[in-house]
Ligand binder design. Structure first.
Ligand code: CA
Length: 233
């Protein structure tokens, strides 16, 4: 299943309208009316993007935005009645990728969502390279290039997508099914062993010792996670 756009909005009527427009533009949509539900859903399905109402019953949208960004690198469009310049700037400072002021035109929202996704094109990590463990491992999604200890690693597009998916959310465990749908882009019912083969190849390219991996860890009975200290760029 393709990842969904998560609409976080406690105004159910507005949420319904936004959903209808997004679905009309061929997006899959999940909805949360509280920050708590939003975090749970975001953790479960790592959404394509989040449309986030700032006025939520259980938490400020600003706070939620930060927590979502910590879960994974997903674009966030803030939807709010707050319209002063200071408030918009504060939103961007928290990592919002765009800002739509209520009353919002759903068509504008869809347009902005597409624009934000286009900027994110090339992988969940956006265009800035991801660097880990003091530059030991660098993923450049613009060039589709991986550098390990200063040397370029030959990597297939599938391996790159898989690595990028994992490294975009360090320490988050991904199930095999999730990795198949997010990294390989198709749905697979049942137990897919192809992920294991790709991970094995990646380990042989990235790890000093593929049998005791530092970056790509197995979570037994569940799937895989990426381990690495992300460097500030
Ligand atoms: Ca609200």
């Amino acid at each position: 299943m393709l990842p969904a756009v998560l609409v976080v909005e406690d105004d159910i009527k507005l949420a319904r309208i936004v959903r209808a427009y997004l679905e009309g533009a061929d997006f899959r949509v999940s909805h949360a009316a509280t920050a708590r539900d939003a975090l749970r859903i975001a953790e479960e399905e790592l959404p394509l993007a989040v449309i986030l109402d700032l006025g939520l019953p259980d938490k400020s949208g600003e706070e939620l935005c930060q927590e979502l960004k910590e879960l994974g690198d997903m674009p966030v469009i803030m939807l709010t009645a707050k319209s002063s310049e200071e408030e918009r700037i504060a939103g961007f400072a928290l990592g919002a990728d765009d800002y739509v002021v209520k009353p919002a035109s759903p068509r504008e929202l869809v347009y902005r969502l597409k624009a934000v996704l286009k900027r994110y094109d090339g992988g969940a990590a956006g265009s800035r390279p991801l660097s880990f463990n003091n530059g030991r491992l660098i993923l450049d999604s613009k060039r589709h290039e991986v550098t390990r200890d200063g040397r370029t690693v030959t990597i297939t597009p599938t391996e790159f997508k898989l690595l990028l998916t994992l490294a975009s959310a360090p320490s988050r465990t991904f199930t095999r099914d999730e990795l198949v749908s997010k990294a390989l882009g198709y749905q697979f019912d049942g137990y897919d062993r192809s992920i294991d083969a790709h991970i094995k190849n990646l380990r042989s390219k990235l790890e000093d010792d593929a049998r005791s991996p530092v970056f790509l860890k197995t979570v037994y009975g569940v799937g895989y996670l990426f381990c690495g200290e992300q460097d500030a760029l």
